[in-house]
Write a protein that binds this ligand. Structure first.
Ligand SMILES: *Cc1c(COP(=O)(O)O)cnc(C)c1O
Length: 499
């Protein structure tokens, strides 16, 4: 394509419709979804679209005045504006099989928790209002009793996340003094959370003991001195050491610390209230076990295996929890009412472990039986085969899912994967191109490429999401559009909640 001469460009520029005119036509064309859109944003998008049109004229992609008529431009413009109006933070379809996917929002909330969040968001509440006395109350009271009942601890507190929990525990108990930690437990948890660095932030001094693979009770004991504030145990949640290894059990640490009058702090990481050996997962200590074995303070995440909202749960001895509550940092790290609502509703489900397993999505997905996964895979494969004959090779094969969120790092959960390969015909997408195209669909579909196929794991997809998976594939393969300039954005409304 040759670049057009400047007088041609100028002549075409004069055919570009005026902004106000474009807006008026767009308003009519898109009345169903444009009326409530923020007007200044719509105007900016129209201007940006007209800039694109000017670029296309300069590049020679638009070469006739007819292409600039509103009837020709409006469908493209509408798609462009509609995409521009979409929120940046959006739903995605997680077909990776990683249940607690840190990049995709970790845990989904139970329906009970979703309802509690909606109510707390829409109405006034007794957040810090004691209905028995009519005076000011504590926001933590709503979950403290539940947490004590579930973990056996004397007292509890909740902050923003577990990183904040570790920070405030150390700041309260150990600032300016030493904390003894095994070298095998100085973990980094993705992003920037590293135990040594969090400790430095809290003003406590890390006293490393033992070797990377083996730490003995005597290593802890010989490190205890007049500056020691606590012994800390960090659950190595996201990796495993095997071979010639030794960790000191919590109960032995407790006995040692107790004889010196020191507290034992445990960062449990993912921290569960249930055990999953019956579901084929390895044994991980529960929060109630940590409390029972004598940890004076235990902290864990609300949105990892617990399956609740993002939160850092701290349970332990009353005297210590009271000191943490009074720490000024607590005000900066406190949870908001939506978190509180979701957490209380989630914890209430745990009062009956079987109920929790059924209703908390993270637990239900982690423990989904293979027969059910196979049936879901067969259903999804059948649906897709019906729609893409000769275009996608679709198979079901054995594979594995992961718990994620740094929990159960070694555990492969058996699953059945729906594997897609673009059929070997001229012009077909590569597997990588298909994976990329699916990131641009509405909603985006995230799978994983394995053995040169795009694999969808039914473990993390709800059966009600199958029509959305189909729609995403139709968009990615060009059957329906998600791109500006090719007609309606979607065939059916993806905002609809699944039944
Ligand atoms: C995940 C994790 C944290 C951080 O928890 P967040 O809730 O993500 O802040 C801290 N310690 C351990 C051992 C963890 O696994």
């Amino acid at each position: 394509m040759n670049t057009p001469a400047s007088d041609t460009v100028n002549a075409l520029y004069r055919h570009i419709p005026a902004v106000d005119h474009v807006l008026a036509v767009l308003d009519q064309h898109a009345a169903s979804w444009l009326a409530d859109a923020p007007r200044p944003l719509v105007k900016d998008l129209v201007n940006a679209f007209l800039d694109l049109v000017r670029e296309e004229i300069r590049a020679g992609a638009i070469s006739a005045a007819g292409q600039l008529e509103l009837s020709a431009l409006t469908p493209r413009l509408a798609a462009y504006v509609r995409q521009g109006l979409r929120p940046r933070f959006r739903r995605v379809l997680n077909a990776t099989g990683v249940v607690v996917h840190t990049n995709m929002g970790r845990s989904l909330l139970a329906p009970e928790a979703v309802a509690a969040v909606a109510s707390a968001a829409a109405h006034y509440s007794n957040l810090e209002f004691n209905l028995a006395t009519g005076a000011r109350g504590s926001r933590y009271a709503h979950v403290e009793e539940l947490l004590c009942r579930l973990t056996g601890a004397e007292a509890a507190l909740v902050v923003n996340n577990n990183a904040a929990a570790v920070l405030i525990v150390l700041d309260t108990l150990c600032k300016g003094r030493e904390v003894i930690v095994s070298r095998g437990q100085l973990v980094e948890i993705g992003g920037s959370f590293r135990i040594p660095e969090v400790m430095a932030k809290s003003g406590a001094t890390l006293r490393e003991v033992g070797a990377t693979n083996r730490t003995h009770l005597r290593d802890y004991e010989s490190a205890i001195g007049s500056d020691t504030a606590a012994i800390m145990k960090v659950h190595t949640s996201n990796y495993r050491m095997t071979g010639f290894v030794k960790e000191v059990p919590l109960a032995e640490l407790k006995a040692l610390a107790g004889s010196y009058g020191l507290p034992v702090i445990e960062d449990l990481g993912s921290g569960s209230l249930l055990r999953f050996e019956g579901d084929g997962l390895p044994g991980e200590p529960t929060a109630q076990e940590a409390v029972a074995q004598g940890a004076d303070v235990v902290s864990f995440s609300g949105d990892k295996v617990l399956g609740g909202p993002q939160a850092g749960i701290i349970v332990g001895r009353r005297e210590i929890i009271e000191r943490i509550k009074k720490n000024q940092l607590n005000r900066a790290l406190r949870i908001d009412k939506l978190t509180l609502a979701a957490l209380e509703a989630t914890l209430r489900l745990y009062l009956d472990p079987e109920l929790a397993r059924r209703r908390v999505p993270t637990l239900a997905m982690m423990t989904r039986p293979l027969v059910s996964l196979r049936a879901q895979a067969a259903r999804l494969a059948g649906l897709l085969r019906k729609h893409f004959p000769g275009r996608l090779d679709i198979g079901v094969r054995a594979g594995s899912s992961r718990v994620g969120g740094g929990a159960f790092p070694e555990a492969d959960l058996p699953t059945a994967l729906v594997c897609l390969k673009p059929a070997d015909v001229p012009g077909a997408l590569t597997v990588e191109a298909l994976r990329g195209a699916l990131l641009a669909t509405d909603p985006p579909l995230v799978g994983r490429v394995e053995d040169d196929a795009l694999c969808l794991d039914p473990r993390t997809l709800d059966a009600g999401e199958h029509p959305l998976v189909l729609s995403a594939l139709r968009q990615a393969l060009g059957d329906i559009s998600n791109e500006p300039g090719q007609g309606p954005l979607l065939e059916f409304d993806c905002d609809q909640e699944d039944a």
